[in-house]
Structures are given as C-alpha cells and as structure tokens.
Design a protein around this ligand. Structure first.
Ligand code: ATP
Ligand code: MG
Length: 436
C-alpha cells in the first residue's frame, strides 16, 4: 500500500463545518473594515529574507529561530536569493506601500487576512501555519488613529460576541527615551546576572528590552522589578499616550497599563497594546499591535508614522468556542430529491433558476458505487441530514404536470406538500429563501 500522506506538523487543514466559522469571521471583518474605511491589501507569502531581518530585528525570536527560510534556485546569472515565508505581514505592507509609493497623496488605512509561518513548538493556540487578520494606518501620527484602531478591534469583539478580553496598553516612547532606559536596564540586569537564563544573557547587550518579554516563569520577579520604560518618557510621548487613554475612556473601552508590555518585534515606538484573555491558557494574546513611526523610513521609504495590529484567527475562534458564541452552521434552504436519473436535465435547470434567485439548494447525488439514484427513503434521510427546511421532489408525476413538489421537512411546518410550477420559479423561490 502507498504511504499515507499527512499535513506538515503544526499546519492544519480547515475543514467543513469548521471552515464555515472562518468564513463567518472573515465576513464580519470585511463588513467592519468597510465601515471604518480600511481597504484590503494582499502581498506575497514569500519575501526576501532581509525584509524580515531588517524590520522585525535580528535579535528577536522570529528572526533568530522561527522563520522558514530557504535559498531559491540560482537564476541565469548564478545568484540564488534568500527567501522566507512571511512570519507576519507588517513588514510586507511597509515594503509594498514604499515600493508603490502609496502614501504620495496622504495616509492610507489598510487591512489584510492570511496565513503566516513560524517554526514554533506546536501547541494549543500556537501553530506553524497560522492566520492573522491585521489593520494598519500609515501616514498618521496622532493618537486618534491609535484609538480608532483599538476601537475597531473592540467593535469586532462586540460584533463577534466576544466578551472575555481585557486590553493592556503601554508606551515605548521614542528612541532617545529608550536609550536612556536601556542603559539603566542593562545596569539592573547586570546586577542580577545570575538570575538570567541563557537567552537573556545572550540578549543582555544586544536587545535587553526583549528580556522584559520573557515567558520564563523563573525570571518574572526579576523583570517585574526592572526599571520601567514608561518612567523615562518625556512630555511629548506622555501627551501622546494621555491622548490615547482619554479617547479610550471617552468611548468606554477599559484598559490597564502594563509597563512590561514591550512586544516581540523591534520596530515599535509610543503606543503598544494587546488584547488578552485568561481562557486560552498560555496563549492568551488574541490581538496585538502598536505604533511603528520609524519603520517606513528605516526600510528605505520616505519617513512616515504608522500604527497597526494583528489578531490571531485561530485564537479568536477558539475563544469564541469557549464562550459558546457559535455562528449558525451552513444549511441549504432546500434539498432536491430525484427519484429517476432521467429527470436530471430538468432538475438541474430548475435548480439553476432557484440559485439565481438566491435560494441555496443541495442536489441529491447517489453515493459512488450505488445503483440508480437511490431509494426515496435514503434520499429523504439525506435531505433530513442536510438540515434543509424543504425537500423538492422531482417525481415523474410532478414533472408530467410541469411541476415540482415542495415538501416542508421541519417540525412546526405542518403544511402539506404543494405543487409549484417549473415555468415560474421566481413566483415561489421567495418562500424557500432563509436569507433576506
Ligand atoms: P506570542 O507572544 O503569543 O508568541 P507574538 O507576540 O509572537 O505572540 P505577534 O507577532 O504580535 O505575536 O502576532 C499577533 C497575534 O498573532 C498574536 O497575538 C497571536 O494571537 C497570533 N499568533 C502569533 N503567533 C502565533 C502562532 N504561532 N500560532 C497562532 N497564532 C499566533
Ligand atoms: Mg511569538
């Protein structure tokens, strides 16, 4: 026997009926993004490795150990390119807006959805191919856009029926302020070097801020006692942060200050934030983001401020499941029962007309290997299992009269079956349609 093939570790198939929940979420997101005037952007999944090294930062988990990178085949000049599967999408968005000079006529509000790739240890809420939905506002400096993005996320939770979250915010200030903090932080960590794990020792001088982001339980007391970046902020940074807080307060979005929130990527400044929940175990962050005012310039574009977030689709859907806030499963309006195969051309024609009128119809098709169309009994069993509210019976007698029989299948629909004319589908399609 041939070897059975399986998906790559940490990469999941999304199958029906589960995939309907994904579509439902994506639909909600599209509708909401349209109301906030965010436009869709789609960038390639493969990019030059150096894009991520330069944007995310060399001394970060992602670039140090999580990227899927490979050397492409050499082209005719003999140059092989180093490529990586995108581990996140902000870098690609920044590349795209720079490459296409998208900010030439002012700021842009963009959103994306799609798969990201990180070679992490697979566990609940942590996969090697996972999906993010992200929103980015580029070319705007004021805290009102930070607030707009956070309100957008909060509105999404509301429309999805997610209630069990809290918002943590912090400000990372500006590079000069970080430099002052950095010196004090290194001094503090050097005093306690025996408490640092191997990774923290390695990062002590290259990226000490990252140590505050550690998930090592043994280091929590140490990092809690570390100098707080927020205490090094100057007036302008503080005013930006106060502006954001005031707008969140005015809109009834509760937040807590988390002075240790630094985010796992290097490019942030000023506002950073995370939506977290206690219901998903260790993988409790459902959405995270912040301001990255220097990234566009650093990536070779004309300097412009920007802010954005990304949510983890798997985690959001998991949390929804925890809360029992399930979307309605997909169910056809009608199931077409076809006693004789000879009727199929007429059946298909009628179903085409119904579908064009907005009715969702599942056509009976016999299982592979069975003879004929299958008994009426087995067809009605299928009709029931489909969840459809009506069966359409294309029997010889009905067809001879130019009709199809419409039979209600659900409890509470005690009406007898009715004949409906095939010549005028529009006249009765409305009755079948569950969606407005
Ligand atoms: P974490 O601290 O959980 O590793 P992160 O800081 O690496 O998260 P970001 O790069 O900010 O995550 O990505 C934004 C969101 O994407 C996260 O808040 C999370 O919901 C989701 N996410 C990140 N990595 C994964 C993954 N490997 N599997 C599933 N979702 C993920
Ligand atoms: Mg991570």
């Amino acid at each position: 026997m041939a070897e059975k093939l399986t998906a790559v570790k940490g990469m999941n198939d999304i199958l029906p009926p589960e995939s309907a929940r994904w579509e439902w979420l994506e639909e909600k997101v599209r509708s909401l993004m349209a109301r906030y005037a965010y436009r869709n952007i789609r960038t390639p999944i493969l990019e030059h490795t150096r894009l991520f090294v330069r944007s995310i930062g060399e001394v970060t988990d992602i670039v140090e150990k999580e990227m899927y990178s490979f050397e492409d085949r050499a082209d005719k000049h003999g140059d092989a390119e180093h490529l990586s599967m995108r581990p996140e999408n902000t870098a690609s968005v920044v590349r795209a807006i720079t490459e296409h000079n998208l900010l030439y006529d002012g700021g842009k509000r963009l959103y994306y959805m799609g798969p990201m790739f990180r070679r992490e240890r697979p566990q609940r809420g942590r996969y090697r191919q996972f999906h993010q939905i992200g929103a980015e506002a580029l070319g705007f400096a004021g805290p009102e856009v930070d607030a707009e993005l956070i309100l957008l996320a909060a509105a999404l939770w509301r429309e999805l029926g997610l209630s069990d979250w809290r918002l943590e915010i912090n400000s990372l200030g500006q590079p000069e302020e970080r430099a002052q903090h950095r010196a004090q932080l290194i001094a503090y960590l050097e005093q306690h070097v025996e408490q640092l794990d191997e990774e923290a020792r390695r990062r002590l001088h290259s990226n000490p801020l990252r140590i505050l982001d550690t998930k090592n339980p043994a280091m929590q007391d140490l990092v809690n006692g570390a100098p707080r970046l927020i205490d090094f902020l100057g007036t302008a940074s503080l005013a930006h942060f106060e502006g954001l807080k005031a707008m969140l307060d005015a809109n009834g979005v509760p937040w807590t200050l988390n002075p240790r929130l630094v985010r796992g990527l290097d490019y942030y400044n000023l506002s950073v934030f995370e939506f977290v929940t206690d219901r998903l175990g260790a993988q409790g962050t459902i959405c995270a983001g912040g301001r990255y005012d220097y990234l566009i310039g650093q990536m070779g574009g004309k300097a412009a401020p920007a802010v954005g977030w990304a949510l983890g689709v798997e985690r959001v859907l998991d949390l929804l499941k925890q809360q029992g806030a399930e979307p309605p499963g997909p169910v056809p309006d009608a199931y077409a029962v076809v006693p004789e195969a000879g009727a199929l051309p007429q059946v298909l024609k009628c179903l085409q007309a119904l579908r064009a009128a907005g009715v969702s119809v599942q056509m009976h098709a016999p299982a592979a290997g069975s003879e004929g169309m299958g008994s009426m009994k087995s067809q009605f069993k299928r009709a029931d299992a489909s969840g459809a509210a009506f069966a359409l019976i294309f029997g010889q007698d009905e067809l001879a009269q130019g009709c199809v029989a419409l039979k209600p299948l659900r409890a509470g629909q005690e009406q007898a079956q009715q004949l409906q004319p095939l010549a005028d589908v529009a006249a009765w399609a409305e009755r079948l349609r569950s969606l407005p």
